[in-house]
Design a protein around this ligand. Sequence first.
Ligand code: SF4
Length: 109
Amino acid sequence: MTEGNKLTRRELIGKGMVLGLVVLGAGQTLAACGGGGEGAALDCSNATPEQTQQRTALGYVEATTDPAKACSKCNFWQGGTNTAACGGCQLNLGNVNPNGTCNSFAPKA
Ligand code: SF4
């Protein structure tokens, strides 16, 4: 073997290690974003044009910054105790995110 071949192997090994780190980093990034598996982020953005208009009017957001005002804790929430799935809203917003909120939030009685 020549010195040139050894360097090529080293380069390949180095690139392989870099690729491995990139793949590992991508997996961690997906996990942080809730990509797949338990605790995956919900996408409750599917709505009719009328529901979308209502969402806009009420300032609906998919993720509240105040957990005390989450849809799942709202009097208008129709998703029951299942906070792992999108649930209905009595104010015609369609299926909303249990962790979402809007300006019409009303705490459960
Ligand atoms: S009224 Fe607003 S906060 Fe309450 S469940 Fe509907 S979208 Fe969520």
